[in-house]
Design a protein around this ligand. Sequence first.
Ligand SMILES: Nc1nc2c(ncn2[C@@H]2O[C@H](COP(=O)(O)OP(=O)(O)OP(=O)(O)O)[C@@H](O)[C@H]2O)c(=O)[nH]1
Ligand SMILES: [Mg+2]
Length: 235
Amino acid sequence: MGNSFTKRRHNRDIILMQGLSNSGKTSMLFKLRFDEELQVVDSLRESIDIHGMTLTFWDLYGREKERPMIRIYYSMTKGFIYVIDSSDGEQLDTALEELVQYILLDEETAGTVVMVLANKQDIPGAMTALEIQEALKEKYNFSSSSASAHTVFVRACSVKTMEGVNEAFEDFAEQLQLRDAGKVRRGLLPLVGDEGDVKDGKHGTFDTKDQKESLARAKVKKFLKNPFCLFKVTE
Ligand SMILES: Nc1nc2c(ncn2[C@@H]2O[C@H](COP(=O)(O)OP(=O)(O)OP(=O)(O)O)[C@@H](O)[C@H]2O)c(=O)[nH]1
Ligand SMILES: [Mg+2]
């Protein structure tokens, strides 16, 4: 029988969706869950089946005053999806500052998977995933010892066109599975496909995966299928 600390750690089963107001959290969750454009609500809690898992997402309001208080849910959280409006260059600094202060530097989030979504890629002039990743690296020292506490990765997407959204959530679920299987990848993971390419001012497409990534996936699938493998609890 575990003590209350152990119990609390093992009870982590929600995914928090965070990000500044207007970044696209609710529309994203609504479209994933109901395949419709959102018009009416600004916060949702929904369970979605992804990659053979049922994940419960809590999309919380992006209102400024409430954002620091979201940490009361951190002890129940196993992953974060941090949504950024890539078309809003003026707010990027604030968005990344909050990601660092409220999530990455909070000890309660250690061991979680953090996906940063560079949303609204359909808007001309939107910052690329690479640009956002570089800006994040300037804010947060990923080679510090505390940086290895998380699995962090950046993906580009557009809720409007749904480009990159399903793929990003699949990747997220896969990282959670890896974590649960004791095969945790720590620190900042590389971008996939040609997300990093910015040629002639154009953004890359979001759906190509590079060979290394698919090799890694194949290995994980093999590992997960092994009936003799013991699933290690990593927290
Ligand atoms: N062009 C474009 N607009 C988007 C995209 N994603 C969301 N939007 C729009 O951005 C606005 C804000 O979206 P919401 O989903 O309400 O944003 P939110 O992050 O939930 O905001 P709060 O509830 O205030 O925290 C809406 O008008 C959406 O239609 C996108 O990928 N492209
Ligand atoms: Mg909302």
